[in-house]
Design a protein around this ligand. Sequence first.
Ligand SMILES: *Cc1c(COP(=O)(O)O)cnc(C)c1O
Length: 447
Amino acid sequence: MTLTDILPSLRTSIPPRLEPGIWPVTAHPASGRDVVIGAVRLTEIVRKYRTPTYVLDEEDVRSRCRAYRHAFYEGEVAYAGKAFLNRAMAHWVDDEALSLDVCSAGELAVAASVDFPADRIILHGNVKTPKDLDVAMGYGVGRIVLDSLTEIPRIAAWTGIRQRVLIRVTPNVDIGGLAAVTTGVNDQKFGLPLADGIALEAARRVIVQPGLELTGLHCHLGSQVAESHVYEVAVTRLMDLVAEIRQRYGVSLGELNIGGGHAIPYQAGDEAMDIVSLADRLRWLVRDRSRALRIPAPRITVEPGRAIVGRSMVAAYRINTIKRTPGGRTFVALDGGMSDNIRPALYGAHYLVRMVGRPTTAPDEIVTVVGRHCEAGDVLARDVPLPADLRPGDILAMPAAGAYQLSMASNYNGALRPAVVAVHGGMARVVTRRETEEDLLARDIAL
Ligand SMILES: *Cc1c(COP(=O)(O)O)cnc(C)c1O
């Protein structure tokens, strides 16, 4: 029993605390059960910009970029744009001296629109269309990560330039997570396996191409990894291959890009990757192994996406209806859903939900928070505690909404994709405007 259980009236005066490590760095609770982010009240943002709106804390993004640069001071940090990319984001990432991963001409267009330096851009993807390659090589991207043998002669033959490339290796390291986000094992579509000498053969084919310069190896193990051990295993395996390539072909590779996948917490008790300890361990391992293998120590590149942007956003919705079923379940339905957050439906992801903007003394009740879409699977949070006096019109906030939500958003059911409102030092501004019906009609050609 807590003090607020004994004295319910305290609940109105003491705003419930925010779960540590899950909300943006500048977020704190305020009177009226409000949440302040970037020194702006969430209720004020919702009143002005309506719902659903994604509130983006600039300081959160910048501080995570700095923490990575600090931890990996000898290496390189590339933000994986697929987690979330708009011009504001690309600008901040550039400003904080990170590199940028893109995987299409579309993502590259966003980067190019803010003049992101080409030499700090890395092109990824298991499918790079002729257009992707034209745009990327026209822009002069620093590195292209090769994902198949088919790509080698194709990229080598592209125009007159000598393109720097990495080979994406499949080190067969299992992160023990969901199959949908496990990308370092042999039985999935990405990369060239170490097994059967396939990655070594890829290196040979790249080295003999005058149009290509092999600068290093790449791997990406998967997502939501909290354990540094799997990266150590991958680095050990990649370094053995670096030594073998040097011995056979006399080529020294200067870079090991070990991808992203660093875990962030979504709920209390979830584990996060400790990036300082990861960086330290990898530094020691690379020193140790390069001495043992008698090769120059390669530089480490990491590619965090979620760990940079995941905690920077809070999704704000309004409750539209509340329904109690005979089975005893209460469904709280919002004005967004799987069109702006597919992760619960796609991966069974779990989220925290908080009622914001109205004091209450009601005890919590277990409810299921659902969206507005025509699918029974359109559930945002199953069996979560919310105040029992919840009513239509109340605001619900979901933290850790920055990664793989808006970048996977759709227009399902004609939903309009939400606005992104950036906050910083008491100022709020729209950095991606809400979609309109005109946007939907703009690419639909009338008969
Ligand atoms: C998705 C991806 C990342 C980023 O993954 P996070 O889990 O967001 O850190 C990095 N590198 C590559 C090649 C990826 O495909």
